[in-house]
Design a protein around this ligand. Sequence first.
Ligand code: SF4
Ligand code: MG
Length: 324
Amino acid sequence: GGFLDRLQVGKGSLLAPQRQLRAVNGVSLTIAPGEVFALVGESGCGKSTVAKTIARIYEPTSGEIRIDGEDVSRLPFRAMLPVRRKLQMIFQDPYASLDPRQRVRDIVMEPRLAQGGRLSRRELQDEAVALLAKVGLNAEQANRYPHQFSGGQRQRIGIARALSVRPTLIIADEPVSALDVSIQAQILNLMKDLRDEFRLSYLFVSHDLSVAHHIADRIGVMYLGFMVETASRDQLFREPKHPYTRVLLSAAPTLDKSNPGTKIEIRGEVPSALRLPSGCCFRTRCPLAFDRCAVERPALKPQADGSAVACHLHDRTDTERMIP
Ligand code: SF4
Ligand code: MG
């Protein structure tokens, strides 16, 4: 099988068919093999929508999703089967995502069987045990049921299940948010080890910047359905450029104290995604907004250091303002 070459969701909008409409606009991202890309932002910013659209849990209304160069955004369900092998999901709630009536060994092998794998009972058992060993669980535990495990252990089971089909990309939607802080680092470290061992890429969705800092190579910051900044992790934390990113960083309580991150006060409520402000999506809360922000929507522009920012203050053709 091939590897994940490039993955892009972009050009146009992805609209989730939910009661609560979550529009995502022109979000474009590429994940390299072996890379951890974290999508961050407040709840409702559209980061889960992007993840679930890439996983084809939601249908995109427009745009494209390329895996190994192939646009999979319009593939009919049956043609998605080989794509599903490359692309597995880990969910936020390890309680809800594991069938309570199944033994762990069967849960773990379920994606493999869904791929039409023909395996004897013995082979299934052996493979399940081998997968569980990769996530730190033993052979005896393979015969138990989900309720017999802690939250952290259940997330380990969810990870083993995802690994059963040897995916190239794992989409993890808030995978440690439901866990105690003391357990979070263990699971993140496990995911990093598995990334190296299986040469996995992750699309990692988190509202928690300290979690993103722990695991991500690159980070995309979303606000109201727009990507407002993408940067390497170190670049983003050292020199956040978008005013919203700076707000997020100054609000994050668990960050390294050595990060100077200029304090910026945020004001007002997040506007409804159904009534987007004209111009910049962040302008109703941005302390640095100026005239142009109300009339022109800033595009995500590549910067000299490899990051990209959607803000008129970082538009290099703009000479009317200097970055404060
Ligand atoms: Fe603030 Fe204007 Fe930049 Fe938007 S474009 S983030 S309103 S300064
Ligand atoms: Mg979410």
